[in-house]
Design a protein around this ligand. Structure first.
Ligand SMILES: NC(=O)c1ccc[n+]([C@@H]2O[C@H](COP(=O)([O-])OP(=O)(O)OC[C@H]3O[C@@H](n4cnc5c(N)ncnc54)[C@H](OP(=O)(O)O)[C@@H]3O)[C@@H](O)[C@H]2O)c1
Length: 361
């Protein structure tokens, strides 16, 4: 039996192909292992960032591929088709981190009523969230369209939630407004929604083609095109959350706002612009926001279940907006997956679309 895997060249993301990987037969599965059919998964610019940072943040080691190629991790759903674990039944549905493939072997460990972990040796050494699978059979929150929203947005909204929490706990660094780059991205939308709900002024920075969509979201007080950012008044304190990772834009904003730039958080790399040496920039020093640090801190302060409970509350306020703002587009088969991959890589996906893919024909 084989799995069809979609892989990309680690040093040239324009190159991609499908390969067939041999799977162990039911008898050859290791003890406690599960063979999972990968049903459907979400694909957004975030997955491209996993590839860009594949070596640095160890994403490539999760689902190894041969010969200089890598398999990009995706969030999605799988169905157990063989099980060597006494407490996991064939037919169970799992939500978690999968390869772009038709199948995955999981070495099930820490199996509880709600979830399990993949204990495979090569998957250790990354943040625990990447090896955790939720057991979601029969859970309406993970079924149908709601399931698609979970795959497309839940992992991104967790970042939105953590950044909002970090800003709130620091009194927004006394900023009067918060600027978000790649305002049309799903991660920025989630953060803008949370900031707006807290009554903060939110300014979305975006490209001309995506400005209409950003305005339509209703949670940005102002929408400014990238080539117009110096038209913003620079006499009041601001915070900047950078989803685009464009060093020229970042430098321009820091120079424009000078000491009024009270906080500058790096979160994403959607523009994949070549990193120029920015030198010393005026205002707060740009720094990467590292989600696991904020999770560790809050887990300690809020106790068991504290993050999940608070996250669940804000997710239930956000999820209903998705019906209005997001069109789920489903594609199946290797050719369709390749097309969506390349369109995402090149920034050709309209922001109102959320792509759910499957390599199964
Ligand atoms: N640090 C973390 O833990 C963490 C967690 C979640 C997300 N993130 C990051 O946040 C970013 C947003 O992810 P997402 O999945 O929310 O994105 P998304 O919804 O797929 O965002 C698409 C938007 O990104 C910009 N874009 C995408 N590809 C581009 C290209 N090739 N050239 C120029 N612009 C391009 C465009 O926005 P504009 O026209 O508005 O610029 C586009 O509308 C990613 O870099 C992701 O890795 C980081």
């Amino acid at each position: 039996m084989t799995s069809i895997d979609f892989v990309v060249a680690k040093d040239d993301l324009d190159q991609c192909k499908t390969i067939a990987t041999a799977l162990p037969g039911a008898d050859a599965l290791p003890p406690d292992a599960l063979l999972v059919k990968v049903d459907r998964f979400a694909f957004t610019a975030n997955n491209i960032t996993y590839a860009v940072l594949g070596d640095e943040l160890k994403y490539w080691q999760l689902f190894p591929a041969p010969g200089g190629f890598g398999n990009i991790p995706v969030w999605g759903f799988g169905e157990v088709v063989e099980s060597k674990h006494p407490n996991v039944a064939v037919g169970e549905r799992l939500f978690g981190y999968f390869p772009m493939a038709t199948h995955l072997v999981i070495e099930a460990t820490d199996v509880s009523r709600r979830g399990l972990r993949d204990g495979a040796a090569h998957r250790q050494g990354v943040a625990p969230v990447y090896n955790a699978y939720a057991r979601v059979s029969g859970d309406p929150a993970y079924a149908g369209r709601h399931g698609d929203y979970q795959a497309l947005l839940r992992p991104l909204f967790m970042l939105s939630f953590l950044v909002d929490d970090f800003l709130a706990e620091n009194d927004d660094f006394a900023a009067r407004s918060v600027l978000l780059s790649s305002a049309s991205s799903k991660t920025a939308f989630g953060l803008a929604h949370l900031l707006h709900t807290r009554g903060r002024k939110v300014i979305g920075l975006t490209s001309a083609g995506n400005a209409g969509f950003v305005t339509s979201l209703g949670c940005y007080d102002e929408v400014v095109l990238y080539d117009r950012v110096t038209s913003l008044p620079s006499d009041a304190p601001v915070a900047f959350v950078d989803m685009a990772g464009n060093s020229a834009l970042r430098a321009e904003l820091h120079r424009h706002f000078g000491n009024q730039m009270k906080c500058s958080l790096r979160v994403g790399l959607t523009h994949r612009a070549t990193e120029a040496d920015e030198g010393e920039l005026p205002g707060a020093k740009p720094r990467w926001f590292f989600a696991p640090d904020q999770i560790r801190k809050r887990a300690k302060e809020w106790g068991p279940g504290g993050i999940e409970q608070r996250f669940g509350a804000v997710w239930s306020g956000f999820a209903p907006l998705l019906e209005r703002c997001l069109t789920v587009v489903e594609s199946r088969g290797p050719d369709a997956v390749r097309q969506v991959y390349l369109d995402t890589l090149k920034g050709r996906i309209p922001p109102e679309q959320g792509h759910m893919l499957s390599l199964l024909g």
